[in-house]
Design a protein around this ligand. Sequence first.
Ligand SMILES: [Zn+2]
Length: 245
Amino acid sequence: MRYFERHALGQTIARVRVLDARICGTRKLNQLVGRSFHKVRRHGKHLFVDAGDVWLHIHFGMSGDLAYYLDQPPRFARLIFSFDNGTHLAYQDMRLFGIVDLTPSLEDYVREHRLGPDPLDPKFNLRAFRALLHKRRGRIKALLMSQHAIAGIGNLYADEALFRSSIDPQRPVDQLHREEVKKLFTNIRRVLHDAIALQSRGDDYPSRFLIEVREDGERCPRCGGTIRRTIVAGRTTYYCAKHQR
Ligand SMILES: [Zn+2]
């Protein structure tokens, strides 16, 4: 989001080139020519860019990224916006899980796709989190991974938040104690804030993070227990068999 804000706001779009139509949604991106991007908003893993009466929507999938450049497009460029000052913004994606599309408004998109709240939205507070968990069944990790429950925590960060909260990812939602829910809520936001800060500085994850020991049989950096691998909701999941209960 900051990358987009820093480089691509306010310039007139002179040309839109689609190099791989598989990442494009149903709407023609050409209608952006002559417009400019005004502001950027994020909702989970979705980025929305206001371009007048239409919004550009980008979902980065697993490997999508933006590259702002002057001469040389990135190797896996799938889509290029060229601005009238001679600069370009490419959407690059080594794999093809991302999507770039237009939508009338962010609110329309969120409603249409029944996306859950953004965990970093200031309006998303502990009370809202409790309401979300209320009367739910199934495993806590599965709920955290559901886009319809909460938009965009992501597999690694869901594991990380559960790790910090000492909660086994396989625990049924309705068996979590009040204190655990509170701890988890705090840690979800901390993990996401940490991740954004680390990424923007280009730093590695600290060694106390589960992310650094994602391997079956590794030692837990927190308690010395054994890290285990399992599958929850179809996703590879790591947790400490000792301190996560
Ligand atoms: Zn541990």
